[in-house]
Design a protein around this ligand. Sequence first.
Ligand code: CP
Length: 317
Amino acid sequence: MRSFAGRDILSLKDFERNEFFRVFEVAEQLEPIARNRRNTDILKEKTLVTAFYQPSTRTRLAHESAMIRLGGQVTGFADAKMTRAGDFYQESIKDTVKMLEFYGDVIVMRHFQQGAPAEAAKWASIPVINGGDGWGEHPTQILTDFYTVLREKGRLDGLKWLAVGDMRMRTMHSLAYGLSQFDCPITFVSPPDMSLSDDFKAELKGMSLDFKEAEHVEQAIAEADVILVEPVVQPDYTKSRDERGDDVNLTPANYKITRDLLENKAKSDAILLHSLPRMDEIPPDVDITKWSRYWQEAFNGVVMRMALLSLVLGKNE
Ligand code: CP
């Protein structure tokens, strides 16, 4: 297995099966630290730099919380408008990263341009973690989801997935790439204008992913062990800022997971994931049901970032 020390986490396309299990193993070892709300000194000599060009609640704060739990320091920005990248100068990724690499030991970057974290990794002498790049990928979110499934179901192989939402989304790309390493058939349900592109389908076939598409969640929910939902009413991920108007559409029933649907059609032991934020695709009355696991995902989001920071900073060799 390749070493994680010094490595960038940019995509799940280049993750090998045994590397997933190595990350899960480290996450499991570190999980008690987060569960017991302790801070340790595992990364006490290290600093995380956050470079967020797009809004985030979970990804940025989970990385920061993970670093603090491991005894490290955090610096960075949550809004590029307050930096030279976001004002008159429009400072390039290269020039920005050539500064950031001296301010810490690992960078987590979210950007509205697909490939921006990869561009950063080209110039940085320290590891770069992709915190979501345009429509590209969101590897740390899907690693969190896989870890949640492993903890909740005890395995990944042999589980059937249903993914509902906009298939152009970065989470869906990382999900499909990641599942190609497991025995996990998946059904994708999306509006026609948000469906898997032909190029992406060809790529997934080349990766031997067992997938099919359906028009309505009712056609696929009964056989699903894991239901992963994302919004179909959502912003443009290629924009640096997005002001939401009042005329927000409602989610059609085809792409909505209601309590009634779960009670009448879903497996009793299926689990429901959502990376959040949500619109109305999962109504709040689903929160307190036996299916929902998205709050567990939130906790696991910190655990997973602890594992990744610890691994790329060479603490688990
Ligand atoms: N799931 C996720 O990426 O959330 P944030 O946009 O709040 O980071």
